[in-house]
Write a protein that binds this ligand. Structure first.
Ligand code: SHN
Ligand code: NAI
Length: 188
């Protein structure tokens, strides 16, 4: 089965990242925009990962992963070069409600990271389900170029309007017309 695309409120979720190398850093760079409740457990921590940990006041345990470390976390990202650990942590998490992402193998993933474009309130996420992460990156770059910056102010205006008009068919029709007009003017 494929992965369900979902936008999640992560603000109060406790995230554990196992690993402190290149890929852990790439994942951390994204995660810090969504929650500050992040703990890192890694035998070695790169300069870049360390910088992020300090800058965002994340918790760091510089040591190897120990069975039981996942307890109390909502989300665990396994980003190490110890391949067996990815399977082991995934198996350890079964029977709990912890969601696991393993950067090495989709078989050990409850969820995967998408590529995404974020312009103010607009987020467009792309995934190939692991078929070609490079493709996800390139299609993200393509869309980054074609989404106009005006989308930010436009969505801000729409959000404000939603708060001022009562719900119902009239409002729905009006909003749809406004968006249609925006599209005609901004997407050729
Ligand atoms: C399954 C998944 C699990 C997960 O990480 O959640 C996963 C797994 C693996 N990636 C690998 C390789 C690469 N990953 C990237 C890049 C990204 N990878 C991301 C997500 C995902 N990668 C998830 C699936 C997403 C999907 O398919 O849509 C992105 C989209 C998001 C992010 O990382 O936040 C981010 C782009 C962000 C952006 O720029 O927008 C590049 C390109 C590059 O780095 O320039 C390469 C090299 C080229 C290539 O292989 O395509 C390998 C093999 C490693 C090896 O060969 O050693 C594995 C493991 C395997 O496939 O077995
Ligand atoms: N999902 C993705 O987007 C991609 C995934 N990968 C995969 O990501 C994995 C990691 O790659 P890099 O970050 O470049 O490696 P790296 O060598 O830079 O980092 C590995 C990190 O894991 C830590 N580590 C290893 N065993 C550990 C243990 N038992 N407990 C705690 N920490 C441990 C190391 O100390 C180090 O911090 C590789 O398996 C690679 O195949 C690679 C490219 C993209």
């Amino acid at each position: 089965m494929s992965f369900f695309p979902m936008f999640m409120d992560m603000q109060d979720l406790k995230v554990l990242v196992v690993g402190g190398g290149n890929i852990a850093t790439e994942k951390l760079e994204k995660l810090v925009d969504f929650t500050k409740e992040i703990t890192v457990i890694a035998s070695e921590v790169s300069v870049e990962a360390n910088r992020l940990i300090k800058e965002h006041c994340l918790t760091l345990y510089q040591r190897a992963y120990r069975r039981g470390d996942i307890e109390g976390f909502d989300i665990v990202i396994v980003a190490t070069d110890t391949v067996e650990l990815h399977k082991a942590i995934y198996e350890e998490s079964r029977g709990s409600r912890i969601l696991v992402n393993s950067v090495d193998n989709t078989d050990y993933c409850d969820f995967i990271f998408p590529s995404y474009v974020k312009k103010n309130d607009l987020t467009i996420a792309f995934s190939t389900g692991g078929a070609s992460p490079a493709f996800a990156k390139h299609i993200r770059r393509h869309f980054e170029k074609i989404i106009p910056d005006s989308v930010g102010p436009f969505l801000k205006k729409m959000k404000a309007l939603r708060a001022t008009m009562p719900k119902g068919p009239e409002r729905m029709r009006y909003f749809d017309e406004l968006v249609e007009k925006y599209f005609k003017e901004n997407f050729k």
